[in-house]
Write a protein that binds this ligand. Structure first.
Ligand code: ADP
Length: 301
């Protein structure tokens, strides 16, 4: 197969590992900086151009789209879809997963466990918004934040109100969420490929830190999932229309709750913590599916 990895940086661990895994299995793999792609949008012969030449004869693409580059990245993926190229995740599913609110709304439609979450535009009803999620302490999140930046724990009603007012004053969109105290700074990342959890790790925040992100000093370790956690992760990826996904869960008193579903989950943390060849599993998935023709996105939101 001829595979393109759409990535801004060929030296990133995930990009390197995917390239290595593809080549090891006898495929031709090329890293393409999607921000340098330009497109010919025509019904006669749609194409993606790169460094002066059309990108032709690719069987499959692996989008590794940076959170801040979703708009253009998804457009490049869409162009490959128009050309009939198989993609690990479709453009619609990538765009959908990047919006935390949209993601939670889709998961709630499927009856998947979630932290109680509120969302509002106006600052006139903040008290009501905080009460909706059960009162302080609450977690306040910037809708477009990643790596734990823009996630704040407000311990009192007063603090919550000030933080919400400050964010809204900057015109930022935010979610207000019940604080899952019993998670004790631990979350679970489930790596899902083609409706199976291929690896899972727990991430523990640094002492005194409720956020478990590895970028915030958290540590990772392999974890054995309960059947309920496993099925929640699979249902969440499926609900979002993602074939390759990182599903983040918290262990709450009312069962596993999904915080987020990531469409370009990193490989470094999960491969190092679990010693699973996740990159190899992604390539394997391509071998089984890329030649079967396109699978159409069926999610309607
Ligand atoms: P990001 O996408 O920026 O990583 P998350 O929503 O995943 O933001 O939140 C970052 C971390 O904060 C999570 O990994 C988790 O450890 C913690 N966290 C987030 N939401 C909650 C919550 N409602 N209750 C308890 N901890 C939370």
């Amino acid at each position: 197969m001829k595979i393109a990895i759409l990535s801004q940086d060929a030296t990133l661990y995930s990009t390197q590992r995917l390239m290595e895994a593809g080549e090891k299995r006898g495929h031709e793999v090329r890293v393409i900086n999607y921000l340098r792609c330009y497109m010919n949008i025509t019904s006669h012969k749609p194409s993606v151009m790169y460094q002066g030449n059309p990108l032709e004869n690719f069987d499959a693409i692996i989008p590794r789209i940076g959170a801040s580059k979703t708009f253009y990245g998804a457009a490049v993926v869409r162009q490959f879809e128009v050309m009939g190229v198989f993609t690990a995740n479709e453009s619609q599913a990538i765009s959908r997963s990047r919006d935390k609110l949209r993601c939670l709304q889709i998961l709630s439609r499927e009856g998947i466990g979630l932290p109680v979450t509120g969302f509002a535009h106006s600052t006139q009803d903040i008290d009501g918004l905080i009460d909706t999620v059960g009162g302080a302490p609450v977690v306040i999140k910037l809708l477009e934040g990643t790596q734990g930046i823009g996630v704040v724990l407000a311990e009192t009603h007063h603090a919550a109100k000030s933080v919400i007012e400050a964010f809204r004053g900057l015109d930022a969109n935010i979610l207000v969420q019940e604080f899952i105290k019993e998670a004790e700074g631990m979350d679970i990342r489930c790596f899902v490929i083609d409706n199976k959890v291929v690896a899972s790790m727990k991430r523990q925040g640094a002492p005194g830190e409720f956020r478990s992100n590895l970028h915030r000093g958290g540590t990772a370790q392999q974890i054995k999932l309960t059947p309920e956690e496993r099925s929640t992760a699979i249902r969440a990826a499926k609900a979002m229309g993602l074939r390759v996904a990182g599903v983040d869960l918290l262990r709450s008193n009312h069962g596993p709750v999904v915080m987020e579903v990531n469409s370009s989950p990193g490989l470094e943390g999960i491969e190092k913590a679990t010693e699973v060849d996740v990159a190899g599993r992604i390539i394997e998935y391509f071998e089984k599916n890329a030649t079967l023709g396109k699978v159409r996105d069926r999610i309607q939101y």
